[in-house]
Design a binder for this molecule. Structure first.
Ligand SMILES: *[C@@H]1O[C@H](CO)[C@@H](O)[C@H](O)[C@H]1NC(C)=O
Ligand SMILES: *[C@@H]1O[C@H](CO)[C@@H](O)[C@H](O)[C@H]1NC(C)=O
Ligand SMILES: *[C@@H]1O[C@H](CO)[C@@H](O)[C@H](O)[C@H]1NC(C)=O
Ligand SMILES: *[C@@H]1O[C@H](CO)[C@@H](O)[C@H](O)[C@H]1NC(C)=O
Length: 598
């Protein structure tokens, strides 16, 4: 049920401390990313045994064209992320700080990306959707968004949504810091095809995601509301399945599958089928599906019943959204609103589903690039509001984790309580029993606990150092025209060890194993990583691209890092010279390397 090891679940206080902080700052998107990573099982466990001489670099060399196609163009590096000038470097660095993703790549991708992989199950493309579906108002709120990320969101919606189904796009600028951003967006939507469809509005003060969305929802006139984040790209036929489900039952709220757009490279990847849950710290999390949910092919195109939604992207009938009480406008900025909506909808007669044939890619930012005014912990305050309105006695499980919140003022919730009475809702116990029977209670006895755990597929959790990798080559990395090789200064077992040049020697300190994921693993233990600026050896994470390196098999190849956009180099050719990352310059002999096959 939970992708964290079970013993962690039981170490309650510790768990909250550890993951609470993480989720508050990194949001649900990171958790999906981690889930996806942990759940990616290597296709073939027996592969490591195949790592013999013929499976090494020499072998790969014979199939050169095939293998190196994925690597690097012989004529040079032609990657979207390559840094050619100091300006490029500044754009990228500022982008990570302001937006949590590689803004240089975002800029170069431009306002629209023509081709995205169709990540749907093959049966989805055979479904014929009714032409007469209700039309939608798409509501996109943004705050200090990177312009191209926002424009790709808008363009993908315009170009991948049948005109008939698109009532309007409402853009809400939630009082972004830069006046200029508003002008840029305003100019942009003056475009011929966008005119009359896209409407830009601005709030009068910073409202936060929740109230900005309400502002947009109250302006909308389409029959269905679809909320989107401002850094997404919708995929083929994304809207038809959402509108079909809402039309068929107006009390269903439907979320698409959130595909992954990688923050360093903007690679678009398919997400696993999972559903939404939560923990007693009131953080949203992704859960495996109950056993038996996906058996036949047809199950992959059926809507997936979900106890909660992540909240960033969903479709809802506009009138139903109003009847059911929209959002709690007493909540500030961000956090908890998705659980509040989820509990309320289920408890008050509606339902929530995830639609596997609707795919929307979302940029998984490395961090939430903004905080609330005065650094208020809005997640904690909002969670208190929802616990006090919806969770009855069960709120004690939350409070017991957060004794620090006992004295926090969460404002007046009497209106929300009145709403609950007016709608005649079921209680929270009903919700747990009927909608989320797999939810673990701190009071569950051992046998009840194991029954619940049996009911769901557990994702495969492989500790990073036991992960099975597909090694494709084995070599020393030798600086051209010298007898010097790359060597970890603190030894091959020390995390974060920097690298220097030393005399070449075929031992554990210098033998790099390359994997099919373009990692370079020193002695099969730690991965070459550019994340902290200069290269170090670190835990092989398989998240992000700072551990992905491209090169050719030529003498004098560059080693290009996908996240950094720069190349492995030195500033001096001598023993103990530090290995650094520099702009890839093919005229320089300080970043040309030979692979010495061992
Ligand atoms: C719509 O969904 C609700 C909640 O699942 C259900 O109770 C109701 O019967 C459904 N209505 C129709 C017309 O199918
Ligand atoms: C490193 O490369 C140079 C040629 O660029 C070569 O002369 C030298 O022998 C290589 N070192 C090793 C250990 O292979
Ligand atoms: C290992 O990587 C090679 C090279 O990319 C690939 O051809 C092969 O299919 C991979 N094997 C497995 C089991 O993934
Ligand atoms: C370096 O790259 C440029 C552009 O790709 C190319 O024109 C030039 O010939 C290259 N120089 C060398 C020494 O390879």
């Amino acid at each position: 049920m939970n992708f964290f090891p079970k013993n962690l679940l039981e170490m309650n206080g510790y768990k909250f401390f550890l993951f609470g902080c993480l989720f508050t700052s990194l949001t649900w998107s990171l958790s999906l990313y981690m889930y996806w990573k942990l759940n990616t099982r290597p296709d073939n466990y027996s592969n490591v045994k195949l790592f013999r001489k013929e499976n090494t670099f020499e072998y790969v060399k014979k199939q050169k064209s095939k293998y190196f196609k994925n690597h690097m163009d012989k004529s040079g590096i032609n990657d979207l992320g390559i840094i050619k000038t100091d300006d490029d470097m500044a754009t990228r660095d500022k982008g990570y700080k302001d937006h949590g993703f590689n803004a240089l790549v975002s800029l170069r991708l431009g306002n629209y990306r023509e081709t995205l992989p169709d990540t749907r199950h093959k049966l989805c493309s055979t479904i014929k959707y009714d032409q007469n579906l209700p039309s939608a108002s798409i509501i996109i709120c943004f705050y200090n968004e990177h312009p191209q990320a926002l424009f790709r969101t808008i363009q993908s919606v315009i170009r991948r949504t049948p005109r008939k189904l698109l009532h309007e796009v409402i853009l809400i600028n939630d009082y972004s810091d830069s006046e200029n951003l508003h002008k840029i967006v305003d100019q942009y939507i003056n475009d011929e095809i966008l005119q009359g469809i896209v409407h830009l509005k601005k709030t009068n003060k910073r409202e936060g995601l929740i109230r900005a969305r309400l502002f947009g929802a109250n302006l909308a006139t389409g029959q269905v509301l679809i909320f989107l984040d401002s850094h997404v790209e919708v995929n083929t036929d994304w809207i038809q399945p959402l509108l079909t489900r809402v039309r068929d039952n107006r009390t269903q709220i439907i979320a698409p599958i959130i595909d992954i757009i990688q923050p360093d490279t903007f690679d678009y990847k398919s997400s696993p089928l999972v559903r939404g849950g939560f923990n007693w710290g009131l953080h949203f999390k992704w859960d495996s599906l109950p056993k038996g949910t996906l058996v036949t092919d047809k199950d992959f195109v059926k809507p997936i019943k979900t106890p909660t939604i992540a909240g960033g992207l969903f479709a809802v009938d506009r009138e139903y959204f109003n009847e059911i009480g929209q959002y709690d406008s007493g909540m500030n900025i961000w956090g908890g609103e998705n659980l509040e909506l989820s509990f309320r909808v289920w408890m008050c007669g509606g339902s929530l589903y995830i639609e596997p044939c609707s795919r929307v890619g979302h940029v998984f930012r490395q961090h939430r690039p903004y905080s609330a005014p005065n650094n208020e912990d809005t997640m904690a305050r909002n969670s208190l509001r929802l616990a006090n309105v919806w969770m009855d006695d069960f709120k004690k499980f939350f409070i017991s984790k957060r004794m620090d919140l006992l004295r926090l003022d969460y404002g007046d919730v009497s209106e929300r309580k009145a709403l609950r009475t007016k709608l005649g809702c079921n209680n929270f116990e009903w919700y747990l029993e009927n909608v989320y029977p797999e939810m673990l209670l701190p009071t569950d006895e051992a046998d009840r606990l194991s029954k619940k755990l049996e009911n769901v597929d557990k994702p495969i959790f492989q500790p990073w150092n036991k992960r099975i990798r597909n090694y494709t080559a084995k070599f020393l990395i030798n600086l051209s025209n010298t007898n010097l090789c790359i060597h970890p200064i603190k030894g091959h077992q020390t995390k974060n060890s920097k690298l220097v040049l030393r005399s070449c020697i075929r031992n554990k300190e210098q033998i790099w194993y390359e994997t099919d994921k373009e990692e370079l693993v020193l002695s099969k233990l730690l991965c070459l990583d550019s994340a902290s600026g200069n290269p170090v050896i670190g835990k092989c994470s398989e998240t992000g691209s700072s551990q992905r390196w491209k090169h050719t098999d030529d003498k004098g190849t560059a080693f290009y890092n996908l996240a950094a956009g720069t190349c492995l180099s030195v500033n001096e050719k001598r023993i103990n010279a530090e290995v650094v990352m520099n702009i890839c310059n093919n005229e320089s002999s300080y970043n040309k390397w030979n692979l010495v096959i061992v």
